[in-house]
Design a protein around this ligand. Sequence first.
Ligand SMILES: [Zn+2]
Ligand SMILES: [Zn+2]
Length: 412
Amino acid sequence: MEKNSDLKIQHQCPQCGAPATLLESDRLFSCAYCRVKSYLLTNGHNQYRLPSKAPEGQALIYFPYWRFKGMLFSCLPENTLEKFIDTSHQACPSPHFPVSLGLRSQALTLAFVTPETPGYFITPQTRLEDAMVIFNRRFTRDITQPLLHQAHIGETVSMIYAPYYMDRRLMDAVLNQPLRRQGEDSFRPEDYPGGPPRANFRFIPSLCPNCGWDLEGTRDAEVLNCSHCLSLWQPGPGGFTAVPCAHVPTDVRDPIYLPFWRIRADVSGIDLKAYADLVRLANLPRAIQAGWEAMPFHFWAPAFKVRPRVFLRLMRVISSALPPRRLAHRFPEHPCQSANLPVREAMETLRVNLSGLIRPAERVAELLPRIGIKPRKALLVYLPFAKRSHELVNADLNLAVNKNQLSLARNL
Ligand SMILES: [Zn+2]
Ligand SMILES: [Zn+2]
C-alpha cells in the first residue's frame, strides 16, 4: 500500500509566538496557548527547508526540489487507472545534487522559508509542469496501452530546499557529511543563480468577513464556514471570498452532509448540454423523460480528499444520477464534512470523469481526444447522508461511503 506521509513543519503562533508543529496540509492553525485561529495564505507554492546540522557559521546553500503528493488518474481506452503518488524531483537540473529528496523529508521536521532565513537559495529553473511530466513518466512506465489523458487531483505541491555547504568539497548539511556524487568536484556555486529567499506566505485572522465570527473548518480545510451567519468562505490572494453553496434538504434524522463541487462546463465535440444527452452518452438504462432535454447536465466531484478509487466512484455515480430535485441555496444546519479539496482541483477532474461515463467503453478512445471541456462555474453542494454503523448512505443516489475511507483520507 502507498505511504501517506504528511510532512511536519516547525511553526510559531503569529499571535503569541508559541511554538507549534504544522502538517504540510494544514491551512487553519489553532494555537493551543492563546486559542487564536489563523489561516495560512500562500502566494504560489509553500516553501519549506530541511533542517541543517552544519557547523555554526557555515554559509548554507539551499538547493530546490519540487515535491508532489496527490492522486494521478490515467485514462486508458477501456478503463481509468488511479494511483496515489508522493514524490520529489530537482527543481533545477544539476549533476551535483541528488535527483530527489528520497525519504529524508518525511523523517525530519521542516521549517518555513522566510525572508530572514540566512543562506543562498538557488533559484528553481524547472517549471512545475515539466516536473509533473517527469513524475508522470516515473509512475506510468509500465502502462502499455495508449494513454488518452492524465490528471493530478487533490494535490499538495511544495518547494522544498535542502541545505548544503562548501568545506573544500560540497557537504550535505542535513547529514553533515560529504555529498558523494560524481562530478561534485566541478561544483561552483556561482554557476547557480540564486540569492536571499523571498517570503510568499502570511497568516491571516480566520474571522468571518460578513459577521466577524470565528470561521470553522478542519486543519486542512480549503473552505471555511461561519456557523453564525451560515456562510462559506475560501481563501484568495486578498483574503477570504464568499463561496456560493447549497444543500439538499432531507427528512433523514440526524444526517451528516458531505460536500461536492457541482460544475457547469461547456463541452464541445459531443452533445452534452442536458441530462438527456448524458443518458444517451452513458447509455444509461433509463427511458428519457419529459423535462430531461431541458435539465442542464453538471459534472460532480467530491470536495473532500478520499482514496483515489473512491473518488472516481463518487464522481461518476453522482454525475450520472438524476440531479437533486430541490436545492436550498445556503449552508446546511447539520454536521458537515469539511471541504478540503479546492474547486481548482475539482475542475481538473472533468475529463477523467467523462472518460468513465461514456458507454460502450470502446468509444472512449475515439471520442475523448476530440472532446473539449471548459469549466464555467461551480457550486458547492452539500448532500445528506444517513449514518449507519460502518457507512454513510444516501438512499436517493443509492450510494454508500465507508466511514473508514473518509477518516483515512485525512492523510491524503
Ligand atoms: Zn498563540
Ligand atoms: Zn458570519
